[in-house]
Structures are given as C-alpha cells and as structure tokens.
Design a protein around this ligand. Sequence first.
Ligand code: GTP
Ligand code: MG
Length: 249
Amino acid sequence: MPGMERKTLLVIPTYDERENVRLVADAVFRAAPQAEILFVDDDSPDGTAAAIAEMAASDPRIHLMNHGAKAGLGRAYVDGFRWGLARGYELLFEMDADLSHDPKEIPAFVAAAESGADLVLGTRYKGGIRVINWPLNRLLISMFAGTFVRAVTALPVSDPTGGYKCYTARVLKAINLDRIVSNGYSFQIETTFEAWRRGFKIAEVPIVFEDRRSGQSKFSRSIAREAFFMVFSLAWRNRFRRKPGLAGR
Ligand SMILES: Nc1nc2c(ncn2[C@@H]2O[C@H](COP(=O)(O)OP(=O)(O)OP(=O)(O)O)[C@@H](O)[C@H]2O)c(=O)[nH]1
Ligand SMILES: [Mg+2]
C-alpha cells in the first residue's frame, strides 16, 4: 500500500568494493526508492569508505559506518543490525556489495514479509538451480553444504548459506545478537537457525545469484572449517531436537 511501507534498511558490509558501491546503491534505489542503505566498511584499503561518504553527502538515504579494522562479515552485520534497530527500522536486509544479489528482488522479499513471514531468505536452489558463473566445484560445495546443514540440524530451508535475507526487527531483537559468534558462511546458518528454533515463520523467495564481476573473492578454507564445526554446535544448542526447541519462548 503506498505510504504504508515498513521502514526498510539494507545493511551492506564492504571490504574493498570501491567499484561496486555506487552501482549497488543505484540499483537498490531503482528497485526500492523509499529504502535506506547502511554500508558497514572495515577500513577497506582501496578507499571504499571515501566513495560511500561522497554518495552519503548528497543522498540522505545512504549511511556509512566506519567499522574499524577488518573483523569479518558477521561482526559487520551484527553492528549494522544494532544501528538499524536503534533507529527503528522494521525490515533489515542483508545484501552483498558485489552485485551478486540483484536489488530487483527486494520487492519480493518485502511482499513475503507483508504476508506474515518473520524472516525471508533468498534461495538459489529451490525449484531449480539459479547460480550464474560459478565454477562447478563451488556450486557443488555450496549445495552439499546445504544438505549437510539440513541433515545435522533439521533446519528446513533450501539454501542455508545464502546471504540475501530480510529480517523483521522482531526476529533480530529475539535472537540475541550478542551471542551470534560466527563470521563467514556459518553466520547465515547461525542466524537462520536461531530464528527457526524460536518458532519464527521463515519464507523463501527464489533469487538468481551471479558471481562477482569485479573485486576479490574472500572464500577460504577457514570459512568452510568454521561452518563445519558451527553446524554441530548449533545442533547441540537445540539438544539435537529436530524441531524448534525454543518455540513459544
Ligand atoms: N565490513 C566487512 N565486509 C566484508 C568482510 N568480508 C567480506 N565482506 C563483504 O561481505 C560481502 C560478501 O563477501 P564476498 O567476498 O562477496 O563473499 P562471497 O560472496 O562468499 O564470495 P565472492 O563473491 O566470491 O567474493 C561483500 O560485500 C564483501 O565486501 C569483512 O571482513 N568486513
Ligand atoms: Mg560475493
């Protein structure tokens, strides 16, 4: 309904994304002119923060958090969410800066939240595979990771490591951001798992994921290792119950 939109913030962590920040901001505002963006930059050596500050100076919908030394994507999101909750945003998105997540899909996430979902996940894998330009081994690792997460934790989602997500403020208030410990892919698994085990309603919307065209990949063995161990630790948090253990609490 026009004029009734929920106050929306896209939290976008950046590390060396100078060439991408303007493109992503333009694309976000084409798709969602009322939305606002918080870039959380970890002192990118390439001068990303200066490029964002320049945009922010002429567009009040753009905000910059100078977050300090590189501390990983999880820390950037947690502090970005705290910033957004303190300012009363009602829908808080996670989105990468590298244009892998198409801002055109923002309205589909908002519609799912309007229909009652507490957490909306973009999925690359439900009803077909929609990943462009990834080497086959990376696709297989990602799909296997999803199967592994579902097997160990029973989390009923098709793409648990995906990073294009929309949280309602009430989920972020409930999941206790102080206790979110992971930083890489497992950050995505951990936050969704914490929402699910509290009984929140999760919806999935199909997205097309495209590999970054410029800038450096940060995928690493240590990120994969962190996720592997985190999955068992999450299952333990829920005492290996295969249903939401904290629902209604
Ligand atoms: N603030 C901050 N942002 C980060 C950090 N690591 C990654 N990012 C950002 O988080 C988003 C996702 O990181 P990516 O490097 O694209 O990770 P990915 O999509 O798994 O891998 P590639 O696209 O292959 O590089 C991007 O916007 C990065 O700039 C970090 O330590 N701090
Ligand atoms: Mg990426």
